[in-house]
Write a protein that binds this ligand. Sequence first.
Ligand code: UN1
Length: 515
Amino acid sequence: MSSTVSKVSGDKTNTGNNGAARTYDNYIDGKWQKAEGGKTFPSLNPANNNEIIGHFAASIEADVDKAVKAAAKAFPAWKRTPAPHRGEILLKAAHLLKERKEELATLMVKEMGKVLKEARGDVQEAIDMAEYMAGEGRRLLGHTVPSELRDKFAMAVRAPIGVVGLITPWNFPMAIPSWKLFPALIAGNTVVLKPASDTPLCALKLVEIVIEAGIPPGVVNFITGPGGKMGMALVDHPLVKAISITGSTEVGKKVAGRCGELMKRISCELGGKNAICVMEDGDVELAAEGAVWGAFGTAGQRCTAASRIIIHKKRYEEFKKVFLAKVKALRLGSGLDPNVAVGPVINKSQLKSINDYVEIGKKEGATLLYGGNIVAGELESGCFHEPTIFADVKANMRIAQEEIFGPVTALIPVNDYAEAIEVANGTPYGLSLSMYTQDVNQAFRAMDDLESGIVYINAPTIGAEIQLPFGGVKQTGNGHREAGITAIDQFTEWKSIYVDYSGRLQKAQIDLPSK
Ligand code: UN1
């Protein structure tokens, strides 16, 4: 398909949108190239769906096959590249990300919708991850242990897995691809990255930076297109040895099921139904401020969003009042407006799904305290939903059990600590739980009692830093963690090595020193 190969990431193509929207290609084997068949799909600005951000390759199975084969071809040389050298490329990528932080953040606001301050944070998270994983190139720690036999050396080292498929979501369109890309690369794997179709440009920009930083051809391949079909083609491809996916629990289960059949490594980062617990002795003002950030930051579209606020009955009315006043002050609009706190949600179908949950909540008998509507008027061309609070929510209602992934939160009154813990733990998910309390004993008890991969004390459910493991229990994941040194586990196999330098046959478990 050399006729479709171009030198840059996109050809200037007039596609409407005042002639501004470009067409961007796949990146396979070190070349930008169109999808087989040449079809494209648009990425829209969620704050104004009339604005097309770009057109992207609508890949098919043949493109997946090409990308995987390119990654497989590049693997032996990349595996043999010393990890510190791989780290140098990552460090260069970190520098380039830093240089372009503002430009990338602005682009992210346009493609994903989050407010500029948060978009900067998203890019920063990718910078942090690149720097951290660059350092990992001089560690990649294994271990040496004593052998039970004389003149025998025992150690375990990490080996890359091979070609890994990375399937990434739209809500952290640069941070989450970086959580997967950088650890996979530093460990010596080659990758095929398939980003969410709502935010392909953000992922493409990350890939451009990695290329500029010096990644060899074939080590990073980038393909865009319909999630279901292409994702499965990636999973099914015999040369793909591992998959790392962040998405909904529904999709994760499907992918994990298939990987199970194929005996492939799979790491899932899925849904959440996170909660903030405000205890009798909690600082209500601080908790309300945290709850606003936790529930409505990124318009509630974080896996870690605080979609439940569990409040001790003695502080319930007070919390409700303080929280409501703060939420009323939130301005909705384009993320580029510095006065705006809540941007659009990602697309019209998500907007509808969020609003359907508002109807479900009303029917279930929860009190709609604030919001509840899709925004009409001058914001109509975008995907805006009012920040929404349900009060007097019962723990078993659907709005308190199911992930909504939008600016909707549920206030749940409880009688005591034990009930707070029971309610907090009482969902199928276990990503992030938080407690506001001044009692150090209670805080430590909660760290133990809360069943989640991430626990916060006196802080909301969002705000994870890249140097600690990120992930959850129960249906939030399948036991893996991203970020921190634990991220390396996803992308390496352990190899145990015994070196016998005794010059004779020694039998473990049999040649005991006592004999
Ligand atoms: C997510 O919730 O989807 O902890 C990712 C945070 C961010 C990452 C969140 N650093 O809020």
